[in-house]
Structures are given as C-alpha cells and as structure tokens.
Design a protein around this ligand. Structure first.
Ligand code: PRP
Ligand code: URA
Length: 209
C-alpha cells in the first residue's frame, strides 16, 4: 500500500502560510513555491542509495560516500507543476525532466491530457511526478497512468497541498506510488477546490486570470 508522508518541517509550514495568503503576489508566490520545492526535495531524497568511494583528504586517504548514481526523472504536470521544478533541480541537478500536460475540465473536473514528453530511457529511471495540488486526484492518477503506459516502474508523487479525497483516490489507483505532501487540508468544495488550499495554483504562479 502507498505510504503518505506529510512534511511538517517548520520552514516548509512557514513558507506554505505565505503561499496560501491571497495577498501574496505572483513574484513572491513563485519564489516561495520554488523554495518549498527545494526543501521538499531534501526530504524526498532521503532514501537515495549511496556507495563507498576512496577519497584523499589533506590528512589521509579514507572511504566516504557518494550517491550511487541512480537515474532520476522529474515530471511536472503542466502548468502548475513547473513552479516546483527549478527548486528541486537545485538539489538534484542531474535529473532529467519530462512533462505531462493536463488540464482539469471545469465542468466534469476530469483531466484532459494534451502533451506528454518523457526521457527516452523511461524504464531505467525513478520518477517524481510533481504538482502543487492534489484535489480530486484525477490529474495525478492520469499523469501516473501515462508514465506507466510508457514503461515507468518506480514513481513517487509530490505536491504542496492535498485534499483527503485526492489522497484516497491516488492510493487506490496507484498503491505502489508513495505520496509526499507539505499539508493535508480539510476537504474539497463544490467546485473541486481544496479548502482552505491556496486557490488556483496555475493562475497564481503565472499571473493569469
Ligand atoms: C490544477 C492543479 C492540478 C489539478 C489538480 O491544474 O495544478 O494539476 O488542478 O486537480 P485534480 O486533483 O482534481 O485533478 P489545472 O487543471 O487548473 O491546470 P493548470 O495547472 O494548467 O492551471
Ligand atoms: N487546482 C488548483 O489549482 N487548486 C485547487 O484547489 C484544486 C485544483
């Protein structure tokens, strides 16, 4: 069964408060989402495998650890997922970046896929699918379907804010995908928005609306 990790680190929670605030403008919103992306990447990479190498310090030779060179792929769900990518790449710059374009039909709330481009060696990579919002879960489920159809085997999902409904739906659809979130909110409203949430993540990141 999928594990759910809620990152309650004080720095993440502090920044998330200003991300939620409707008075936070586009520039600051973007910077904060980027910063939380970095902080979450620090936590999400905790289980990365290490290997020993020999290194010579100014004092003597010793055995020390480096990353074992596992291939990583980041897959932001367009549009809003893009806002977290640079922050994550600051910590794992060698990761390749794929994209899945989905929008939620405002009437049915069902995801509509319009773009998919992934690294060519999909089967060899561990993927992190990224979206600030997990609301009904439809977009995340569809994006992960897309990756699996193309051969991806190891996938994690990360988001800023999740609704309990989205977490349950994602766990049910993809029990092999662990979920990493900064905050688990109360519920969805009648329009499928997360309450209290942060509003429309894409519009707030890109200044549209
Ligand atoms: C938002 C958000 C997620 C999706 C979450 O995208 O960024 O992708 O909604 O909702 P769900 O869990 O109910 O599927 P949106 O459809 O607004 O597209 P955008 O990022 O292009 O604005
Ligand atoms: N998409 C958003 O951007 N915000 C929500 O609250 C739900 C879906």
């Amino acid at each position: 069964m999928a594990k759910v990790f809620v990152f309650d680190h004080p720095l993440i929670q502090h920044k998330l408060t200003y991300i939620r605030d409707k008075n936070t403008g586009t520039k600051e919103f973007r910077e904060l989402v980027d910063e939380v992306g970095t902080l979450m990447a620090f936590e999400i990479t905790r289980d990365m495998p290490l290997q020993d190498i020999e290194v010579e310090t100014p004092v003597q030779e010793t055995t020390s650890k480096v990353l074992a060179g596992k291939k990583l792929g980041l897959v932001p769900i367009l549009r809003a997922g893009i806002g977290m990518v640079d922050g994550i790449l600051k910590l794992i710059p060698a990761a390749k970046v794929g994209h899945v374009g989905l929008y939620r039909d405002p009437k049915t709330l069902k995801p509509v896929e319009y773009y998919v481009k992934l690294p060519s060696d999909v089967e060899e990579r561990d993927f992190i699918v990224i979206d600030p919002m997990l609301a009904t879960g439809g977009s995340a489920i569809e994006a992960i379907n897309s990756l699996k159809t193309r051969g991806a085997k190891h996938i994690k999902f990360m988001c800023l804010i999740a609704a309990p409904e989205g977490v349950e739906a994602l766990k049910e659809a993809h029990p092999d995908v662990d979920i990493y979130i900064a905050a688990l909110d109360e519920k969805l409203n009648d329009h499928g928005y997360i309450v209290p949430g942060l509003g429309d993540a894409g519009d707030r990141l890109f200044g549209t609306k």
